[in-house]
Design a protein around this ligand. Structure first.
Ligand code: ZN
Length: 162
């Protein structure tokens, strides 16, 4: 039986400390968008042709990218944002925090993060983190908390029993 440290580490829904500055310079966001665009080149999207890339800036300074990976069983498709998040945790562990997100779409289509990705990002992203994505009228940047104001949270009346 594995007795090492638990991975039940602090998420946004658990207390944690995060001392790094919250402001993300415009140039950093522009670079993040470029990296998202690069990731979108790897998209596996033979069914929709919708080629998306996401880049996450972590509070440790690293940038992790992801792209959408479709499947013939459509419901198994994973979005670029979640692919990037899974990769970030795989590389750096569950204590990561996301400081900024950029989403790029090679079809020049609007690509705000879908509802599922918003909920999954909510677990690890700073509420103030800028999220940059293409809309019909051009690029848009919003703080995550404005993009997803009522994240599901699990509030138990009493703590879970070990
Ligand atoms: Zn999504």
């Amino acid at each position: 039986m594995y007795n090492g440290p638990t991975n039940a580490l602090p998420s946004n829904f658990m207390p944690h400390s995060d001392q790094l500055p919250e402001s993300v310079p415009e140039a950093t966001l522009a670079s993040l968008l470029e990296q998202a665009r690069h990731a979108a080149l790897h998209s596996y999207s033979p069914y929709s042709g919708f080629r998306v890339g996401a880049a996450l800036l972590l509070t440790n300074g690293a940038v992790v990218t992801g792209t959408n990976v479709e499947n013939v069983s459509y419901g198994l498709t994973i979005c670029a944002e979640r692919a990037a998040l899974v990769s970030a945790i795989s590389q750096f562990g569950p204590e990561i925090r996301i400081a900024a997100v950029a989403v790029a779409n090679l079809n020049e289509s609007a690509s705000p993060p879908c509802g599922a990705c918003r909920q999954v990002l909510a677990e690890f992203i700073r509420p103030s983190a800028p999220v940059l994505f293409p809309m019909a009228g051009g690029l848009r940047t919003m703080p995550f908390a404005d993009l997803f104001p009522l994240a599901f949270d699990m509030k138990l009346k009493q703590g879970p029993t070990p």
